[in-house]
Design a protein around this ligand. Sequence first.
Ligand SMILES: Cc1cc2nc3c(=O)[nH]c(=O)nc-3n(C[C@H](O)[C@H](O)[C@H](O)COP(=O)(O)O)c2cc1C
Length: 322
Amino acid sequence: MLRTRVTDLLGIQYPITQGGLAHLAFAELAAAVSNAGGLGQITATTLPSAEALRAQIAQVRSLTDKPFAINFQIGRRDLSELVLTAAELEVPTMSFTAGDPRPYFRLIEGLPIKKLCLVATTRQARNAEDLGADVVIAVGFEGGGHIGRDDLASLVLVPRVVESVGIPVLASGGFADGRGLVAALALGAEGIEMGTRFIATQECIAHPNYKQALVDADEADTMVVERSIGRPARVLRTPLAEAILQIEQQGGSIEELLPLISRDMNLLAAYEGDMAGGFVWAGQVVGLMHDVPTVRELMERIVAEAQTIGQRLCPLLQTIEE
Ligand SMILES: Cc1cc2nc3c(=O)[nH]c(=O)nc-3n(C[C@H](O)[C@H](O)[C@H](O)COP(=O)(O)O)c2cc1C
């Protein structure tokens, strides 16, 4: 047992959660993570409708009786209908990222729904706590997808967030294995969230070329794009990602960028496997990923590795005390 306030609060066995993954986190992946003892999530924002979310929730419930969560990325469109649908279906947990969660918190006020908020600064963490979040997820600069604007790496961000709030903290950005889990606990977090690592699993619907590209990449093979438009995001280094960055560095306009950073260019690589023509989100943690296991294999490996490290460290630290 790896028991923390997060496992108790969310009703899960291991303090490992799967991050929201635009276009990639559906019922099968969420159920696999939850069945393996973690918290799986369905990403609502990239579903086409409330009906599609309803179907996803029905499907996850047919695949697991364990707790799961629904993820909402704020900012692109009004998510009220999706949030109300998830609430009506009594989902146990919701997570919110990339914007002001207040309107959505109001919609679910008084309901027994645990609220997780992704943050990239201590200020955002304190705000989330003040608004009533149950857990904050501190996402460092290493992370895949959209990251904070202050370039704060997890090693500093996580303990700073831990000392800034009273609610439990999950560490995110750069976590993929048992070493990361132990490190996160050492930093005061009560578990980890992983995004990129879960893409390279058997249960994720990402194209095999995407998974293989993650496995082949090393830690220097990601880059940050979209900084020029105020929403930095980490992607795998692909020819298109290089072209996007070059346009940004040359002061290109948003009109020039939009067709290149579009959903279609993302899905060209993520679903169709055209890694030269499209782009994909990915974190520096690709350097630590060497295979495409099942979710259960991955989770069991992480827990076993963390326990082995714990056994090695405990006597070492006791020696220091003496
Ligand atoms: C492909 C991809 C898509 C993502 N989409 C979302 C999303 O829709 N909502 C969200 O809250 N976070 C999203 N994220 C961020 C992850 O949930 C998580 O915070 C991040 O991946 C953690 O860093 P890691 O990649 O080092 O594990 C995405 C990340 C990736 C790699």
